[in-house]
Design a protein around this ligand. Structure first.
Ligand code: FCX
Length: 402
């Protein structure tokens, strides 16, 4: 009998024939909830301890250089100084080599039109149309290296402020180059870089089964390009139950407009009565407060303790869980990553919540690309087979045209 090793997070060896999960009818139409479908080499989500990147709790990595964490996701180890410098140099070079006019399509879109996530998806496809090498690693590295430019262009072109766009300086690194291209300097830029780098690292990866990662990998399994796969992943991320919850949560905070506990309680109860989600709470896997929510709140306590939105966020963190616990169907009444992130982005100068999911998407590009590469390299380089779960026919009596 061949033995194979499950991810070290589970820490035990089992045989190919051992049962991992028993599927019964109740699992159908449940959004594949909890059903094991593959292995993941980049990260795992412990229901209580949260996400770990290749074994490290994400909090341990949150103050590193963003490029070093990307290196970890691709190479499964942190780089030494030499490897780190070489990797940063490679990304800077690839960022410079963006084909001329690759993003010109963004200039044809009407400022303010659509959602910024539409622009992100269009921009990724435009970069793929301008240059796809067909080599998954090269395409992944090119995309990661060119994302700061795509992001800065989306912000300024969609905002009708094209003239503010500064020429790229890829040698600054991913996050700093983005801030530079936006035309921001001095103390404001320093604060922005600190928060964005932290946000970026916390959002890079979250196991294999979250909707955007799963969607990207599913598309990639048909051997679609990295660009097509990542644009699909971004479209998956754009839903309010997934990545757009960070936008929805800050809008929610703005609607609440008070940190008075009893007013918040009334508001939350009326949202639940109207069958609307309480954004920033709940999760498909986590069964405790997401450590990333705690880390963001700790950072907020340092950089914007008196910010009015941040005050509301802290009040929500206390008021909401006991209310959600009254609903036994809600499996996790605790804060998720999207609770506090919007208030921090607002505090550092990003005043429009509908841009927030693009930051989530930008960060997640690294994790999804790394996972696609792992799947392409699996089975001795043959790659994971094309995804094909089974759906059972229902309410389809056999019939014929007369
Ligand atoms: N507010 C209201 N209802 C909630 C809820 C919340 N925060 N969390 C769960 N529920 C409801 C579900 O809608 C579901 O109702 P249903 O049976 O009538 O369909 C029931 O409780 C059971 O859901 P549960 O198994 O606990 O959670 P799911 O895995 O189905 O859903 C999400 C997980 C995250 C989608 C859910 O908790 C939610 O809608 N939260 C609010 C939106 C949000 O913050 N999303 C961000 C999630 C994450 F961090 C990310 O991907 O970015």
């Amino acid at each position: 009998m061949t033995e194979w090793q499950l991810p070290t997070a589970l820490g035990f060896v089992m045989s190919e024939e051992d049962s991992l999960f028993t599927i019964s009818e109740k699992h159908l139409d449940s959004g594949l909830r909890g059903i094991p479908v593959g292995t993941c080499l980049t990260s795992y989500v412990d229901p209580v301890e949260g996400v770990h990147y290749v074994g490290y709790p994400v909090g341990d990595l949150s103050n590193l250089e963003e490029e070093d964490v990307i290196y970890l996701l691709f190479h499964k180890k942190l780089p030494n100084d030499e490897e780190s410098a070489a990797f940063r140099k490679e990304l800077a070079h690839r960022g410079e080599e963006i084909p001329t006019g690759a993003l010109r399509v963004l200039e044809t879109l009407t400022p303010g039109s659509g959602h910024p996530m539409d622009w992100l998806s269009i921009g990724i496809m435009a970069m793929g149309a301008a240059e796809t090498t067909g080599d998954a690693r090269s395409d992944s590295m090119n995309l990661i290296a060119r994302m700061p430019e795509l992001m800065a262009r989306i912000f300024l072109l969609r905002g009708g402020e094209k003239e503010k766009l500064r020429p790229r300086k890829t040698e600054l690194g991913l996050v700093e180059n983005f801030v530079h291209m936006l035309g921001i300097d001095g103390g404001e830029a320093e604060r922005m870089k600190r928060v964005l780098r932290f946000f970026f690292i916390l959002h890079m990866d979250h196991g294999g089964g979250n909707l955007s990662t799963f969607s990207g990998k599913a598309v990639a399994s048909g051997r679609a390009s990295v660009y097509a796969s990542l644009a699909s992943a971004m479209n998956a991320l754009s839903g309010p139950l997934h990545g757009r919850a960070n936008q929805a949560c800050l809008e929610f905070v703005q609607r609440i407009g008070t940190s008075d506990h009893s007013e918040i309680e009334d508001f939350v109860r009326s949202e639940l009565a109207a069958k609307r989600p309480i954004y920033g709470f709940g999760h498909g896997v986590l069964r405790a407060e997401d450590p990333r929510a705690r880390l963001l709140i700790e950072l907020g306590s340092e950089i914007c303790p008196d910010d009015e939105h941040f005050q509301v966020v802290k009040a929500l963190r206390e008021v909401v869980p006991p209310i959600l616990k009254e609903h036994p169907k809600i499996k996790n009444p605790y804060p998720n990553v999207d609770l506090a992130s919007g208030s921090l982005l607002h505090a550092i100068g990003f005043r429009k919540p509908h841009y927030y999911t693009t930051f989530f998407g930008w960060a997640r590009v690294a994790g999804i690309c790394a996972q696609i590469l792992d799947e392409r390299n699996s089975r001795d380089g043959r790659g994971v087979p094309i995804y094909r779960p089974k759906y059972i026919a229902k309410d389809q009596p056999s019939r014929r045209l007369d």
